[in-house]
Design a protein around this ligand. Structure first.
Ligand code: KE4
Length: 432
């Protein structure tokens, strides 16, 4: 019996699941297409239900830095599952994970495991509010920290992709406590903190933004955030859900030397299973229940199977910390060659990269915040996406997302990608 086509599966899914997907960006709406349904994945490749093989740059939105179905990770999951999938009671695995994370992040004394990046960011905000006794927060336009109410204000990722300003359902009284500033805008930060300082609990930021497409911090931006928040007793939260263990064995904070008060993690630390975490200094973290009054809980927090997948992943990364350099070099090579191909055809694109995460923006100008990112030609991006997909290269179905290389990507994957890009550009040249 031939397997059902993606189109038929999408039609069926749409009958039972809103928009046919369990996360909006997967619906391919912003690239004027319908999603391919996945059968399996291995290494740098992903396979749809019709047997087509693609070079994968979505990487499950970041977690699959080792590549898909890494044997050691699969074995760890199988072994853990055979001992039971969830106990709702503490295991040594959670202490091992906490120790590994604390050892990798000098800014952390303690860490709490949760089941998603959203939970991590949502709880870090609550902890900051509980610790400081203040209510207002600052976030940055185009940054995405998950879908908790306080954070769904002028966000990136799926919200920017769908072009919706924020989200209905977020009470005005709550949204009013969230001050949103342009990313990389030091003056805006200084004036907002001056205006709100006594009411500000925290500033939350993606130290390298990934959710408006990749936008690295400009010199002085994070330094200013650290100085001005410390001066006024405001907590600085680095949302390293994407950048955690992506750019180095640790976070962007290990590279920049700028230590936040709290850090959010997710994606890679779960090795592809549902995991999030947040951590910081003991004085702050011990305010969390049951040691303190700030409440947070989770049925599957620290789940043994998810911990096993995450530990297998992090232990491989720890043993191969130097491999990050090779991964970055391969990403630089790919980005330089992509830029050369577009320049040759005189199609203006900007490629922002940090480590092994990058975004190709269809714009001639520098992209340094959401306003400049939003100037990209998203219909050209959609056309490029569809042509690359037709040539078996699976990119993020949105201009406002990051592409990721994994340790499983080989020279052959890069060659296939550049060849597909050459073919895609020929059709782009006609419409751009
Ligand atoms: P989750 O709740 O999706 O695990 O994590 C939320 C989150 C928090 N912080 C950052 C910096 C994030 O990038 C995310 C989630 N990232 C998006 C893609 N950029 C997840 C993909 C999706 O929403 O389907």
């Amino acid at each position: 019996m031939p397997s059902k086509s993606s189109k038929i599966l999408f039609r069926e899914a749409s009958r039972y699941i809103p928009g046919g997907v369990n996360s909006p960006v997967r619906a391919f709406r912003s690239v004027d297409s319908t999603p391919i349904f996945i059968e399996r994945a291995a290494g740098s490749r992903i396979y749809d239900v019709e047997g087509r093989e693609y070079v994968d740059y979505v990487s499950s939105w970041g977690p699959m830095i080792l590549g898909h179905s890494h044997p050691a990770v699969v074995r760890a999951i199988q072994k853990a599952a055979a001992r039971g999938t969830s106990y709702g009671a503490p295991t040594e695995l959670e202490t091992e994970m906490a120790k590994l994370i604390v050892d990798a992040f000098p800014s952390m004394d303690m860490v709490r495991m949760v089941s998603s990046g959203t939970e991590a960011a949502m709880t870090a905000i609550r902890l900051a509010r509980g610790y400081t006794g203040r209510e207002k927060i600052i976030k940055f336009e185009g940054c995405y920290h998950g879908h908790a109410d306080s954070l769904l204000v002028k966000v990136g990722s799926g919200v920017a992709t769908l072009g919706i300003p924020g989200s209905p359902g977020v009470p005005r009284s709550l949204a009013e406590l969230t001050i949103t500033l342009p990313y990389n805008d030091i003056e805006a930060v200084v004036s907002a903190v001056e205006q709100h300082k006594d009411g500000l609990a925290c500033v939350i930021v993606e130290p390298v933004a990934g959710n408006m497409g990749v936008v690295p911090p400009r010199k002085g931006f994070l330094e200013t955030l650290r100085k001005i928040t410390r001066r006024h007793g405001i907590l600085l939260i680095f949302d390293e859900v994407i950048t955690g263990f992506r750019l180095t064995y640790g976070g962007f904070q290990n590279i920049s030397g700028i230590e936040p008060d709290l850090t959010c993690l997710g994606k890679i630390i779960g090795g592809g299973l549902p995991v999030g975490a947040f951590g910081g200094k003991k004085a702050i973290m011990e305010k969390l229940a049951p040691s303190g009054p700030v409440y947070q809980a989770g049925t599957l927090s620290g789940n043994p199977v998810a911990m096993s997948a995450g530990l297998a992943t992090l232990n491989i990364l720890k043993k191969n910390a130097k491999a990050y350099l090779r991964l970055d070099r391969r990403t630089v090579l790919l980005c330089d060659e992509l830029q050369r191909l577009f320049d040759h055809k005189k199609i203006p694109v900007r490629i922002n990269r940090c480590g092994s995460m990058f975004t190709l923006f269809f714009t001639k100008d520098d992209v340094f915040d959401f306003t400049s990112a939003a100037k990209s030609d998203t219909s050209l991006y959609a056309h490029y996406f569809r042509k690359m997909l037709a040539n078996k290269i699976y990119l993020a179905p949105s201009q406002f997302e990051a592409a990721f290389l994994s340790f499983a990507h080989r020279d052959e994957d890069i060659e296939k990608t550049l060849h597909a890009c050459e073919k895609a550009i020929r059709t782009l040249a006609k419409i751009s």
